[in-house]
Write a protein that binds this ligand. Structure first.
Ligand SMILES: Cc1cc2nc3c(=O)[nH]c(=O)nc-3n(C[C@H](O)[C@H](O)[C@H](O)COP(=O)(O)OP(=O)(O)OC[C@H]3O[C@@H](n4cnc5c(N)ncnc54)[C@H](O)[C@@H]3O)c2cc1C
Length: 317
């Protein structure tokens, strides 16, 4: 079933995203997370995608050669494995970074073979050590271009020009949105214009970056409406769980932690106390969002066991 059809059924859905296991690991490494959350009937599960990293390897003559290391391959395989093992819809993420449009088309055909109809289309971040995002040769510079490629494929217009009698795809495309603005955007107005371009290109819903103050989400939804974005906007939720989150979440995700939450974290003496505080904060956030009728609550597990998310979902639903 397509995500957009799921979102148009009544009540706030529960969804979450998982990170594929490291290269060489097995599905057992993520099945604990999935099985912790499965009893709460997720409407679908997202699977993140990760670009290859380049590392410098020293040669015998003292020079260095760039070597590509793909630490978390297999988003398509992991998504398929989850779909068939647990009989639940999946939404693999497709990113521009590190992939050519031809490679993306191959991945999309793999998804078609597997009967997977949903994708979240993202640009991805700059490579480690890179100052700005650089598209792969023959790849896309922005998520909008990726959405355009998928939407074209849905219309039977393939990247490979000489495909004869190829089956038209029917992907439901989601994209990312930023209630606190994407870090590279000069201002919110510009960011919303680019977000609208992704919708106009064929995206059918938005999943937001994490936020800890619901006012940011509600304002974002209002602002989206003002620029003519009328698709479902799913709030992204991440319960804080570590003392270090006080600094690393703003640093990595370019979001604010409200003063009240930051003060409470500072009072905690152990990570266990931070975890409990994070659960309580997320419960209050989710209750308010659900009461406001949001289409779904989307949880970022970020590779955790997700027992904290299970506690939240159990209380909220
Ligand atoms: C829900 C969610 C899931 C995510 N999952 C993943 C994942 O699985 N893997 C991963 O690597 N990353 C993931 N990310 C992170 C995401 O890839 C980064 O935030 C990335 O920096 C931007 O991706 P985007 O798709 O929003 O890019 P875009 O929509 O392309 O926007 C990127 C920036 O470029 C600007 N921009 C867009 N078009 C133009 C234009 N024509 N001219 C000038 N500027 C423009 C935008 O305003 C924005 O500032 C996720 C983010 C979210 C919110």
């Amino acid at each position: 079933m397509k995500v957009i059809d799921i979102l148009h059924t009544p009540n706030t859905k529960f969804t979450f995203e998982i990170v594929p296991p490291l290269k060489g690991s097995t599905m057992d490494d993520i099945s604990q997370t999935i099985e912790t959350l499965l009893p709460y009937n997720p409407s679908y599960i997202n699977v993140t995608s990760h670009r290859a990293e380049t590392v410098l390897v020293e040669n015998v003559n003292g020079t260095y050669t760039k070597k590509i290391v793909r630490k978390r391959p297999g988003t398509v395989g992991v998504a398929a494995s989850i779909k068939f093992k647990y009989d639940v819809e999946v939404v693999p993420h497709i990113i521009c970074g590190g992939f050519s449009a031809a490679e993306t088309e191959d991945a999309l055909f793999d998804l078609q073979f597997l009967g997977i109809q949903n994708v979240l289309a993202l640009r991805g971040d700059a490579e480690k050590g890179e100052r700005a995002f650089t598209p792969e040769s023959g790849g896309h510079a922005s998520a909008k271009e990726l959405v355009e490629q998928i939407a074209k494929m849905n219309r039977g217009d393939f990247y490979t020009p000489d495909l004869k009698n190829a089956n038209t795809s029917d992907f439901c495309i989601g994209v990312a949105g930023y209630p606190e603005k994407h870090c590279e955007s000069p201002n919110m107005e510009t960011d919303l214009r680019h977000l609208k371009n992704k919708i106009d290109a064929g995206a059918e819903y938005i999943v937001t970056q994490m936020f800890f103050d619901n006012k940011r989400y509600f304002q974002f939804v209002e602002d989206c409406k003002k620029v003519g974005i009328n698709v479902p906007i799913i709030p992204g939720i991440k319960p804080i769980s570590l003392m270090a989150n006080l600094n690393n979440l703003p640093q990595i995700f370019h979001i604010d932690l409200p003063s009240e939450l930051a003060r409470e974290v500072e009072k905690c003496k152990t990570n266990a106390e931070v975890r409990d505080l994070g659960v309580e904060w997320a419960i209050q956030q989710c209750k308010e969002l659900k009461a406001a009728g949001v289409p779904a609550l989307h949880f970022f597990t970020l590779g955790s066991t997700a027992k904290n998310i299970a506690e939240i979902v159990k209380t909220v639903y």
